[in-house]
Write a protein that binds this ligand. Structure first.
Ligand code: F6R
Length: 600
């Protein structure tokens, strides 16, 4: 989704900003721009499309040591050069970039800006025009910025330049992530620390409804009421090499291959010297105390949550409901007396999940976030955090974060069971090492999986994934992976549900990918395969060692029945990857998608 960078220092800002924007490319965007303050003016360069196009549009004769940059994922107004950020006020004195959505922008336009001619269709332009209006009425720039922020409803991360003061960048934040990075005689602004790691690893977090005046050698954080706030920086523990592709053609393939390592990493982080589970006593207590657990998540993380429900219920005997965040937000079910909320989020920034967290905190319920980004909004605002230790996930299609989430959920489920004194015959640490080996074996079968992708998916219009019990959850994820990167219409179904309607879509040659890793439903899912095959479908059966039948397309190594989803998803990820390549799709940056969905 949209990304912001800003720089105020002693070097030429252009290249630093462009490099910063390139680091944010993975988040998904459809246009990009930078503004540079030079001796005499604010210079604006923006283009629809990729940053490569922006690089071509930049006038390299323009030099300046202050600037801001933006990647835009369109919400208000089509992706276009005009709607791309930065935006300027009517006199061009002020230049702004914005992430988020200003919900009351039309009302503000009517109330304050009736006589202003707007250039773009964006909500952002209202903000910069308001600042100019209030300055023209006599307010200081800081006062006008603060007053404007106080009028805004919705989410924003903003960075503002003033042509008449080349020594300041004003920033403000509400609900959208924004950080200020500090170094010697250089300060930066970034919506994601990764974007500015080439300048500093020292960052200061901003809280909602705060603003900052950033100069070369100072940052002043203030509330919207004007009170100054002191806050210590933290070190962003990110290794810049983690965010490089290395020899891989795509981040997605690299991240698929990293999964065995991630699982081993999780084992080492959650195991103590006695080979027992290492988890904070507070989390253990919160899990034990809760009479019902509500898992809240979106997309792939929601699919991990479905598996988490099963693990916690089966192992720890605790009732769990898994909900789609955006639905839960506006249609909350009746809650139990002592609920515990678990938020699962790779990025820790998903606006839908955060919306629920805000409501949950208002009601005073405890919350645990399972995330790949400790320090993210969901992690900061929850009472507890469990880290998934997957390392930065850059490809838009989530792979290693998903398997890491399920691994951490398995550990949490076992820990809760033990805390409740339940005897279980399942050692997650040992079983997860078997999972890591199985993943490795599948990652080594790319040639075979590429052939399957070619045979089943190179030209098809649609594809159905079917499975029962835990296999059904992985079918939902397999279908999501395939559709998001290859644009094939793909749906995951519970095997028994097809004949209640969807079977009408089966035609000659329709590919059906069936997953069979659950012994208790093996015969039933095979029956479902026969039903669709009899109607012309072209089945690809992925089964597990010990349950395979002659003619199965792929047999995955056997792992514990609680952990099959971590392994059966690997061929689905790899098949999706090759299907996308066969269809000439941009694997790492699928159309219309963003990595971190920071608007509701
Ligand atoms: C799909 C994908 C998305 C995310 C979803 C939630 O590959 O990545 O469906 O899972 O947008 O994002 P997080 O986990 O960051 O909350």
């Amino acid at each position: 989704m949209c990304g912001i960078v800003g720089y105020i220092g002693n070097q030429d800002a252009k290249e630093i900003l462009l490099q910063g924007l390139e680091k944010l490319e993975y988040r998904g965007y459809d246009s990009a721009g930078i503004a540079i303050v030079s001796e005499d003016n604010n210079h604006l360069f923006k283009e629809k499309g990729r940053i490569a196009a922006l690089r071509e549009a930049v006038d390299y004769n323009v030099n300046g040591t202050v600037g801001i940059g933006h990647t835009r994922w369109a919400t208000h107004g089509a992706p276009s050069q005009i709607n791309a950020h930065p935006h300027q006020s009517a006199s061009k004195r002020f230049t702004i970039v914005h992430n988020g959505v200003i919900e009351n922008y039309q009302q503000l336009m009517r109330e304050y800006l009736a006589d202003v001619d707007f250039v773009s269709d964006t909500d952002t332009e209202v903000v910069v025009q308001l600042i100019e209006k209030f300055v023209s009425e006599g307010q200081s720039v800081e006062g006008a910025f603060r007053f404007t922020l106080s009028l805004l409803k919705g989410s924003y991360a903003l960075a503002l330049l003033d042509r008449e003061d080349r020594n300041k960048v004003y920033v403000g934040k509400n609900k959208s992530p924004l950080l200020v990075g500090i170094s010697e005689d250089v300060n930066v602004v970034a919506s994601d620390a990764m974007a500015m790691l080439h300048v500093t690893d020292q960052f200061v977090e901003l809280m909602d409804q705060e603003m900052v005046i950033v100069t070369r050698d100072n940052i002043t954080i203030k509330t919207l009421a004007g009170e100054t706030i002191d806050r210590e920086p933290y070190t962003a523990e990110l290794d810049a090499s983690d965010i490089e592709k290395g020899t891989y053609p795509h981040y997605m393939l690299k991240e698929i291959d990293e999964q065995p390592l991630v699982i081993r990493n999780i084992i080492s982080k959650y195991q103590d010297d006695n080979n027992d589970i290492k988890l904070s006593a507070d989390i253990r207590e919160a899990m034990k105390e809760a009479d019902r657990i509500y898992i809240i998540a979106a997309g792939t993380s929601y699919h991990a949550g479905l598996v988490g429900k099963q693990l916690i219920e089966k192992l720890a005997g605790k009732p769990v409901e898994t909900h789609i965040a955006s639905e839960f937000l506006y249609n909350m079910p009746l809650l139990s007396e002592k609920p515990l909320f678990i938020f699962i989020s790779q990025s820790g920034e998903t606006a839908d999940s955060r919306g629920v967290l805000v409501k949950v905190k208002e009601k005073g319920y405890p919350a645990l976030t399972i995330t790949n980004v400790p320090g993210s909004t969901l992690s900061r605002e929850a009472d507890f955090t469990l880290h998934t230790f997957a390392g930065p996930e850059i490809a838009v299609a989530s792979t290693k974060a998903y398997t890491a989430q399920m691994a951490v959920l398995a550990i949490l489920a076992v820990d809760t069971a033990k805390a409740k004194g339940i005897e279980i015959d399942f050692d997650p640490i040992q079983e997860l090492s078997i999972v890591a080996n199985a993943m490795e074996a599948l990652c080594d079968q790319k040639e075979k999986l590429e052939k399957i992708a070619r045979e089943y998916l190179a030209v098809t219009r649609n594809c159905f994934f079917i499975g029962r019990a835990a296999d059904y959850f992985v079918c939902l994820e397999g279908a999501l992976k395939l559709k998001e990167i290859s644009y094939i219409q793909a749906e995951g179904f519970a095997g028994g549900e097809l004949k209640h309607g969807t079977i009408a879509l089966i035609e000659d040659g329709t590919p059906i990918i069936a997953i069979a890793t659950q012994e208790h439903v093996n015969l039933s899912i095979r029956g479902n395969v026969k039903e669709v095959a009899a109607r012309g479908a072209y089945p690809c059966i992925i089964s597990m060692e010990g349950l395979q039948e002659e003619g199965d397309t792929l047999v995955i190594p056997a792992v514990h029945e609680y952990l099959t989803t971590l392994v059966s998803v690997i061929p689905l990820q790899i098949i999706s990857y090759y299907a996308a390549l066969h269809r000439d799709c941009d694997v790492d940056k699928p159309r219309n998608l963003a990595k971190s969905v920071t608007v509701e």
